[in-house]
Design a protein around this ligand. Structure first.
Ligand SMILES: *Cc1c(COP(=O)(O)O)cnc(C)c1O
Length: 368
């Protein structure tokens, strides 16, 4: 059986480095924030190419606080996509703001910049592009549009650690960039975690206060804040993994390119990487009409595939009150109905990659 994700294999590959740092933190008695978190922030900010990094307890908290920094309030609208993980929308709604969806581009599966104008209203405050599957959205036109109309841009880079657009890294292009370190992400903690990166000293200060009850100085509550701090254990483990991340990304890209070689000319839609971008393949998604049949046939052949995501956010029960319906975002709905995520992680062996490809080819014949 080839699992969709194999976090135990990842742990085995770094156990000799992780175990001692876990012990070091346990012995330190400093379990929340502290020097491990400060060091991780410095290292992850440098990795992204931003002056500041503020580590928090989840990617969702990162998005919520980043939107607070740019002044998103009840009644405001935030333009984003429905083809994303539910957290993007949830964070906007935590603030009492309204997500205003635009569809995705059918080729890159990221925000379709040609639809921004139609979504603009007097209430629009910000744009949240999502770097879906680890491929960055078309940032330059988004930033240009935002500048023209006085909007803020917050990157949802939760799937895109180290992804690049014209040589610049995810999170570093907009005012604020938000990351998740959920275990299954390309850089994952052994628990929950997240971060906001920014070049703004003001935002960084505000974020440091917000994540820690709004404090600026002990018992000086300057903002209505949260308990969104990062654990020292997570920071220490993330530091070890960050040291491997460039190698892991290169390995993911090798897996993706082998998939793309082997799965050509089978009538599948394969991931596309524009020349100005470098994806990090958080997900390797193929698309076909008979997705569910292929998924079942792969499972019979010992390959566990996933779907990201079966229901676009505008069609979820939780967000039905936004008033959208079927047919409103046909590209997103089409991807939701046809996408199948193959197992992809750095630890996959060449033999496993070939097994996955053979299983796909065999399964395609079987379901014909
Ligand atoms: C994972 C994810 C999030 C949320 O991150 P958490 O750490 O799980 O809160 C937000 N946006 C996207 C696109 C994600 O994939």
């Amino acid at each position: 059986m080839i699992p969709f994700l194999d976090l135990q294999a990842q742990y085995r590959s770094i156990q000799h480095e992780v175990d001692p740092v876990v012990r070091r933190v346990l012995e330190s008695g400093q379990y929340v924030l502290g020097p491990e978190v400060v060091d991780f922030e410095e290292e992850f900010g440098a990795f992204c190419g931003t002056r500041h990094c503020v580590a928090v307890n989840s990617g969702t908290s990162a998005l919520q606080m980043a939107l607070m920094c740019v002044g998103v309030q009840p009644g405001d609208e935030v333009i984003t996509v429905p083809m994303t993980f539910v957290a993007t929308t949830a964070a906007i709604r935590y603030l009492g703001a309204t997500p205003r969806f635009v569809d995705i581009d059918p080729v890159t599966l990221t925000l379709d910049v040609d639809q921004l104008h139609e979504a603009l209203t007097e209430q629009t405050k910000a744009v949240v592009p999502v770097h879906l599957y680890g491929l960055m959205a078309d940032m330059q036109p988004i930033l240009d549009f935002a500048r023209t109309h006085g909007l803020a841009v917050v990157e949802d880079a939760a799937q895109a650690h180290g992804a690049e657009y014209r040589g610049r890294r995810a999170g570093a292009m907009a005012e604020l960039g938000c990351f998740s370190f959920y275990p299954g992400k390309n850089l994952g903690a052994c628990g929950e975690g997240g971060a906001v990166v920014t070049n703004s000293e003001t935002f960084a200060e505000q974020l440091r206060a917000l994540r820690d009850w709004g404090q600026q100085g002990r018992h000086r509550y300057r903002f209505k804040g949260f308990n969104y701090r990062m654990d020292a254990l997570q920071a220490a483990i993330l530091r070890v993994k960050l040291g491997r991340l460039n190698d892991w990304t290169a390995a993911r890209r090798r897996v993706a390119s082998r998939f793309s070689d082997r799965l050509r000319d089978l009538g599948l839609v394969l991931p596309y990487e524009p020349r100005d971008r470098r994806g990090v393949f958080h997900v390797y998604g193929i698309r076909l009409e008979r997705r569910d049949a292929l998924r079942a046939a792969l499972s019979e052949r010992g390959v566990d595939a996933g779907v990201h995501y079966p229901v676009p956010i505008h069609l979820t029960e939780a967000h039905a009150d936004l008033g959208y319906g079927p047919g409103d975002f046909p590209i997103s709905e089409g991807v939701a109905a046809t996408e199948l995520s193959l197992p992809i992680y750095p630890e996959l062996t060449v033999q496993q990659i070939d097994e996955i490809c053979s299983a796909v080819i065999d399964a395609l014949h079987a379901i014909e």
